[in-house]
Design a protein around this ligand. Sequence first.
Ligand code: MN
Ligand code: MN
Length: 465
Amino acid sequence: MLKKEYKDAWTTYNEEDKKALFDYAERYRKFISDNKTERECVETLVKEAEQHGYKNLDECIKNNAQLKTGDKVYANYGNKTLILYCIGKNDILDGMNLLGAHLDSPRLDLKPNPLYEDTNLAMLKTHYYGGVKKYQWVSLPLAMHGVIAKKDGTVIKVVIGESEDDPVFGISDLLIHLASEQMEKKLKEAISGEDLNVCFGTLPIDTDDEKLKNKVKENVLQILNTKYDITEEDLFSSEIQLVPAGKARDYGIDKSMVAGYGQDDRVCSYASFEAILEVENPDKTTCCILVDKEEIGSVGASGMNSNYFENTVAELLNLLGKYSELNVRRVLSKSKMLSSDVTAGADPNFPSALEKNNAAYFGKGVVLMKYTGSRGKSGSNEANAEYVAQLRKIMEDNNVYWQTCELGKIDLGGGGTIAYILAKYGMDVIDCGVPVHSMHAPWEITSKVDLYEMRKAYVAFLKDA
Ligand code: MN
Ligand code: MN
């Protein structure tokens, strides 16, 4: 056929396939319900990887282990970034097949000195993380997730607001009756960053001390001390995130979609993780990179721009008896990668944001994006035509439904991923993912058939690329 038709993937499924699809969506829905920070994701995935025979790279280094074909190792950086490898049958110097996605999501972080009392309310100051539309984060039940590290070396895990008996928190909005000034403001100014203060309590501490000020804050500190054995200063060495409270849900009367927090980019992270577990004894060495800090530019020690990934490749080569500086470069330059991140799904509520011939649609499968970027492809990594052709063939051979898109109309905005960072090594990289509605909103929407086609695409890529 001369004409390319981007089919609706749903129509190609028989009952058995549909069951596998909905089972997968259920596993995914549970994962994003239970894991709302990069730390929680890494902890859960490390446990599961170990159950599948993955060994800690640090332990292998300490024991001077010799790695061989079929061996599986993982590297955990700071409980925020996780890299998994499965040693293939072919010489690793012929390159690896890499999947990459990110585990961090937009949210509100507590400031270093967050707690104060105002108007007889205990309040928490936050600093938003990543690209958020601030007005979306008010009058919404929020849960608190994170860790508090103490001077004695203990690290206390915090999760409040997910179980039915837990309290939730929130940021108030101004009542409509008094909002005539606010309503005249631009959307981006109606709620400012310094307005994102969380209401944390109202009960004053029970005391005879008439002179004691800020009795509500005092009571909150007492509660935190009883619950976690911490003082106010301990909050300085904490990483506490406010995220939407509650589990991800089926979406739509036909339950064909998932609504949940943090789907950007745990939707690709989870599919990548399941794919590398599924492909045992691969021909080429496989690798799955699940990285932190993408939402703020891939900076920092746990971001993709750090040398951490490259260091693990050097260690891996060393344990295979093949280390040299030159070999590290050779492996990286000969590798191939799917850099996986979500993209904008065509949305009848906002048709003017997308050019319909180059938009991604719910139900049409995994999205292959030749480039991302903005304003004249700036900041993008454009995949080579030859590599795109190879991927088309892999998708066809494995009956994977795929579509292509640009991220929105030219000059409306745009965005980048981790693709350009890996491309620096000279490897073939393409952007890949699924369409999302309400990306970066507290609740994001995906189509279950796209999730499943993406998982199929990853398995096919790891085996055949
Ligand atoms: Mn993303
Ligand atoms: Mn994002």
